[in-house]
Design a protein around this ligand. Sequence first.
Ligand code: PLP
Length: 461
Amino acid sequence: MASLNLRLNSSISSKIDTSTIFKLKNGRFNACNVFASLNLDTKTYPSTKVKLGVSKSEEIMAAEAKYLVGTYARAPVVIERGKGCKLFDVEGKEYLDMTSGIAVNALGHCDPEYVNAIKEQADTVIHTSNVYYTQPQVDLAKRLVECSFGDRVFFSNSGTEANEAAIKFSRKFQRHLHPNEEDPPAEFVTFTNSFHGRTMGALALTSKENYRSPFQPVMPGATFLEYGNIEAATEVIKRGKTAAVFVEPIQGEGGIYSATQEFLQSLRSACDDAGALLVFDEVQCGLGRTGYLWAHESYGVFPDIMTLAKPLAGGLPIGAVLVTERVASAIAPGDHGSTFAGSPGICKPALVVLEKIMKPEFLASVSKKGKYLKELLLQKLEGNKHVKEVRGLGLIVGIELDVPASPLVDACRKSGLLVLTAGKGNVVRLVPPLVISEQELKFAVDILSECMPVLDIEEPK
Ligand code: PLP
């Protein structure tokens, strides 16, 4: 690893204060600042090199700022390794991970059985393309079908791609259903606070205006309705017009909002009446996170299509679209595809993840821990003037604040706890590995409550 090496020069080194040099600019480290404020070019001084007080984290963050496209406002932590629910940065600092890679590492970090599956498959064959058949892909699809409403599976590489496939399948389904119509139903209904991804189709169904507006025109034909508004949905979902309705049974990015049973039931009925498909996006809330294998099971309402991704391969990239036979029958070879998707290198470890999560005792433990977490949060945070609501199901929990959550998130991180934001930045999102212990949950809530006073500090004007 390269380090920032400079010629020893007291007049220079005395001026160096890395904490001010390595400023976060727009949430990113600025490498240029380092060199500009020192006013020298390291290449000019190649001889006697002395390492200044620049940490390994700072070096990596500076290099990131120089070499990567600035799409992420990252937290200033450089992770080196993980074990269970702990992460360690390159300086060896330990963090309790209540983020699990944004609801991905359901089994925590480095689960031995999962790691072995990766190693074994890597030693066998990692990738073949979908030109050929492989056993792990078929095994994973079979298991997903056995434990869900779905009859068939399409694999993709991410959540956004799963939704993109669901959009195409919905349009193709309608075309197949109305072979003699010039304009079969092609429109989509989606909801406030929705997040379905960042490709042009999935983005068109994502509510956040500032995610969409720089990239207009996105896919036309999406109507946004208020999440939970049964009347609006019944009015807008129309025969001859609506191809499909996309909805998250529990919204993650949007701020941890759960649908009501009546709302999902009314969408089901409206779709049936209009001949539209009902698509549940369970990319974040699915696969055991709620204490149910599928979030929609808790509502007793079933979709025509469900999209999955995040935890399915425990951290390796995967997405999946589960469809009924009726939907699958509209799809023909060549309609959609992917070079990487469903590779044996990913499906084999995904099977390990799925088998573990779907066990009734595993799901029951998620429910129990979810209740415990909410109880602790209510106990410790109740009465705090900034806490508006604690909500969620199982281990997808949101704490809504009346102020931005980022000072609290930063303070928690400094105290060794990683948490996320959601919503309009005013919600603390807790999506820990599903294997987290009650002791770890207590530790997390203790840190959170100890850090709450940071919300009382007024920002300097
Ligand atoms: N759908 C939902 C509900 C999500 O939460 C996300 C990501 O956060 C996506 C889709 C997009 O998934 P990905 O980031 O894997 O493309």
